[in-house]
Design a protein around this ligand. Structure first.
Ligand SMILES: Cc1ncc(COP(=O)(O)O)c(C=O)c1O
Length: 379
């Protein structure tokens, strides 16, 4: 049976008062996550009971869900504190030579850019690739910018300002046959849209968990492509990186066979508890259904914005649309005013570079969109 947004709504008390259309900023905890965290916190206050307890391996549970969302095997999943940490894992993991370069589209999210700028001391340069005439990321321009020292391309799957969705397979098809890595920020897509790591052929994706994965701050994921472990080397090592018990003091430098080798010391158990619980719901909705559902919501949104006379800043090309839509009244001041007006009408959205950013999820309804449209003055 197909899911319905109403069936999920009881998990989100915030939805009773708010049209919460701001998941590109922060995803709220579902009630099942609140319960799982309370249980964990109570148990951790009673450490003898904690030590005795038969605990779920939340890392393993979360890795299974992440793999399902990312079209990959659980063995290719590792946990990191943030998207920035995931990008650093990629940026520092390959054997750069003095004079190499990495291509990044202009206006990328800062945490995609700085890990590579930080390689300047190794003689690595970041080359920014301009957008096309419509201000969109253009694979043809990326292909044209490749030279014989290009080692990697880094970019977002779904872009944070207007939700533009890049075609990962197309990029991997351009880059991988030339030995160029494709490192992807999937913070704005994983959970909300199908992300096919293995099928697309990218080197790896990384995502922070506090948005579409509904896991709060300080817990993120890396998912590696099938052959990437051969080329990406852990920068950091610790007791969890190696396939040796940590009471074995012979210190054999023997990496774990899968992506777990990127773990170092004790993991963020609170974050993983939240992630395992939240992803049980995110996978219940499932990215395929969620994408279809949010497309239905954003269709109505775009239709309403057109009728009211606002400019939709996001791409309307079906292959580049996502669950995120940005629109503008014409100036930043006017857009800031709209965000304030919407807030007063209990509609939560965010102001970003392209205007007002609206980002619905699986439990939002057409009524939430109508509430937003009703709060907007006609132009
Ligand atoms: C595209 C994108 N990537 C990453 C992040 C978060 O980055 P970090 O994990 O470095 O805080 C955000 C947050 O807005 C984002 O929009």
């Amino acid at each position: 049976m197909s899911p319905t947004p109403e069936a999920f709504r009881a998990e989100f008390p915030v939805a009773q008062e708010w049209a919460y259309l701001n998941h590109a900023a922060i995803g709220p905890f579902p009630q099942r996550t609140v319960r799982a965290l309370k249980e964990f916190v109570d148990l951790f206050a009673d450490t003898p009971a904690y030590l005795r307890s038969e605990r779920e391996d939340t890392a393993q549970t979360a890795a299974h869900y992440v793999a399902e969302l990312a079209g990959a095997r659980p063995e290719m999943v590792a946990f990191v504190p943030s998207l920035a940490d995931g990008m650093n894992l990629f940026a520092n993991g390959i054997d750069w030579r003095d004079g190499d370069n990495v291509l990044i589209p202009v206006e990328e999210f800062p945490s995609v850019v700085y890990p590579f700028l930080n390689l300047g001391y190794k003689g690595v340069t970041v080359r920014f690739v301009e957008k096309d005439a419509h201000g969109r990321t253009d694979p043809a321009r990326i292909a044209a910018a490749i030279d014989d020292r290009t080692r990697a391309v880094a970019l977002s799957h779904v872009e944070f300002m207007d939700g533009y969705r890049n075609d990962l397979k197309q990029l991997a098809d351009i880059c991988r046959p030339r030995g160029i890595e494709v490192f992807v920020d999937a913070t704005q897509s994983l959970g909300a849209l199908p992300v096919e790591v293995a099928r697309s052929g990218v080197s790896g994706i990384a995502a922070h968990g506090y948005k579409w994965l509904m896991s709060s701050f300080g817990i993120g994921v890396v998912v590696l492509g099938e052959d990437a472990l051969e080329r990406i080397r852990p920068t950091y090592a610790g007791r969890l990186s190696v396939d040796v018990g940590y009471e074995d003091l012979n210190y054999r430098m023997q990496w774990k066979p899968g992506a777990e080798r990127f773990h170092t010391g004790g993991l963020n158990t609170l974050g993983l508890t939240a992630m395992a619980a939240s992803l049980s719901l995110v996978t219940e909705a499932g990215p395929a259904w969620t994408a279809q559902h949010t497309a239905h919501l954003t269709d109505r949104l775009i239709e309403g914005l057109d009728a009211l006379g606002y400019t939709v800043a996001s791409s309307r090309a079906p292959e580049h649309r996502s669950q995120i839509v940005a629109f503008t009244a014409g100036s930043r001041e006017q857009d800031a005013q709209l965000v304030d007006d919407l807030e007063r009408a209990n509609v939560s959205v965010t102001l970003r570079g392209r205007g007002v950013r609206v980002s619905p999820y699986f439990y939002n309804t057409v009524d939430d969109i109508e509430k937003l449209l009703e709060a907007l003055p006609p132009r």
